[in-house]
Design a protein around this ligand. Structure first.
Ligand code: SF4
Length: 377
């Protein structure tokens, strides 16, 4: 039976363990490399990462295999109970992947659940064995639905006692090709994860060339993908449910409104300053004070962080107004205070001139993505 989940997705059977932890925000996304032998037209990876040998833990860049402490700190910041290893192709950097799996298991224990996404080009029995021996719990293959020459490699994963699945985006109107793949592999996998196809800055021209559009102006989901996914689920329900294949249609809304939101809430709760106000979506509301030279009115954040200007003089100037409740943000070169208190002080006319005052809404992530900056003067 096709069920609606409480996460805006649909499923037959059970959600895989990796997804169950992911929707609650407990999975750390470990981007192991941007290197990949494929060039899928729908690849959503950003310019910053695509085909570059870079590593990220959530939004935090890591310097290499030796940077395990930063990864652990990031994982702890959102009460991580597992990791999803992604790329690029993690199998193109298998030694690095194994080091991280081992270190994570050493630090958080065997129950720390690790799943990994992989295209098939670099998949060999030897590499799978190395991953299994390192402690990988779940492997999700990303086969090319239009080219069946590598599909058999997925069967190699059956030699190991982990969970094996397929995870692919639903390309609208390509149900026939997708169903062919599912029928071929249904007895070799434990689960199927279908992702609603999404538009990104890097795949936008490919999408437009193929005539794919977003559902509406507010969504990144591609029109027709969800309906094709539902038709595939119906096929599974009718024809192959008896094989007990678990199938999940994961929506764009699940990723934004559930998974990302839950990770933000966990991270905000653990890393907030006493002056921060946290929204229901885990976004931080902050009162910000900038010197005129470093104000985002005239500078981009990157330029601000490079600036060597000393903020200790402004900090002493504002201490009498905010006492202990004022913090220096070295990264963005600004002072942080409680948003409501900042408004009250400004309304009373007590704060000095020569500064820019703003209320900023931003993610509690390493990159501190700013949702809005509203200047008060
Ligand atoms: S396999 Fe994944 S990372 Fe590689 S090109 Fe395709 S979508 Fe991008």
């Amino acid at each position: 039976m096709i069920k609606s989940t409480k996460y805006f997705s649909r499923c037959i059977g059970e959600l895989p363990e990796g997804c169950r932890l992911c929707v609650k925000g407990y999975k750390t996304v470990l981007f192991i490399t941007g290197i990949c032998p494929r060039s899928c037209f729908y690849c959503p990876i950003s310019e910053q990462k695509k085909n570059k040998d870079v590593i990220y833990a959530n939004e935090l860049p890591l310097t290499g295999e030796q940077d395990i402490e930063s990864l652990i700190e990031e994982a702890e910041s959102h009460d991580s109970k597992g990791a999803g290893i992604t790329g690029g192709d993690p199998l193109s950097r298998v030694n690095r992947t194994i080091i991280f799996i081992r270190k994570l298991k050493e630090r958080f224990g065997r129950a720390y659940h690790i799943h990994l996404y992989a295209p098939l080009e670099n998949c060999t029995e030897e590499r799978l064995k190395q991953l299994f021996d390192a402690g990988l719990d779940e492997i999700r293959f990303h086969p090319d639905i239009f080219e069946n020459s590598l599909w058999d490699r997925i069967k190699l994963a059956r030699k190991f006692s982990w969970k094996t699945g397929i995870e692919i985006p639903v390309i609208p109107e390509k149900e026939k090709e997708t169903i062919k793949l599912i029928e071929y592999l249904k007895d070799s996998i434990d689960f199927l994860n279908l992702n609603e196809l999404e538009y990104s800055d890097t795949n936008s021209s490919n999408m437009s060339e193929k005539g794919y559009k977003t559902k509406d102006d507010l969504s990144y989901a591609i029109k027709g993908s969800y309906l094709s996914g539902m038709r595939i689920l119906k096929h599974i329900e009718k024809r192959i449910y008896k094989t007990r294949l678990n199938a999940h249609l994961c929506t764009a809304k699940l990723k934004d409104a559930v998974q990302l939101r839950n990770r933000m809430l966990l991270k905000a709760k653990n890393t907030r300053l006493p002056t921060d106000i946290i929204s229901n979506d885990g976004i931080l509301l902050r009162g910000c004070i900038y010197t005129k030279e470093l104000s985002p009115r005239i500078r981009k954040i990157k330029e601000i962080t490079k600036s060597a200007e000393n903020m200790s003089q402004p900090l002493s100037e504002f201490k009498p107004f905010f006492k202990k409740n004022i913090f220096l943000d070295k990264k963005k070169r600004r002072l942080l205070v409680n948003a409501k208190k900042l408004i009250r002080e400004l309304e009373s006319g007590s704060l000095p001139e020569g500064y820019d005052y703003a209320i900023v809404e931003e993610y509690p992530t390493y990159d501190g993505f700013e949702v809005s900056v509203n200047f008060l003067n």
